[in-house]
Design a protein. Structure first.
Length: 153
């Protein structure tokens, strides 16, 4: 069974990473990744998060980052913030899902890590490692740097 193309998927043509400004369209999201609804949801989500916590980065991963999503695919997002250091993982998830639900009706899997947690796990053979290797940065603070991945991938 073939996959249906996502309407509007070719509407965005921007680079692999950039800083999101409040008045900007969604830089950092490749045309292959995002239809209009998910781009709008991601922009609103990042803006809402920035109003409440300092963000290091927001990374799109999964089928939307690979460009093989369906119309019904959820949006997979990793949020990196130092603010999460004092929060247990369950609180992070609840908080992030509540913020996503305020800006979008699209289904989402949202994960929250600190910059150190992400850097420590970026080289693993895990979901976090896959995000580090293949994720699309949709927002990054200018001071944040993607972890170096040593060795053959």
């Amino acid at each position: 069974m073939g996959r249906e193309p996502v309407p509007g998927a070719d509407a965005l043509t921007v680079g692999p990473s950039a800083t999101l400004r409040q008045d900007a369209t969604l830089p950092g999201v490749g045309a292959r990744c995002v239809d209009g609804d998910s781009a709008q949801a991601l922009q609103a989500f990042v803006s809402a998060l920035r109003a409440e916590v300092p963000l290091s980065a927001v990374i799109l991963f999964g089928s939307r980052a690979r460009g093989d999503h369906l119309l019904t695919s959820d949006v997979d997002v990793l949020v990196i913030s130092a603010a999460f250091a004092q929060w247990p993982h369950l609180r992070r998830l609840e908080w992030l899902f509540a913020r996503w639900a305020r800006v979008s009706r699209l289904g989402a899997d949202v994960v929250g890590l600190t910059p150190g947690e992400f850097a420590d796990r970026a080289g693993e053979l895990s979901v976090v490692g896959e995000i580090a290797r293949e994720g699309v940065v949709v927002y990054r603070d200018p001071a944040w740097r993607r972890p170096e991945l040593g060795g053959a991938q």
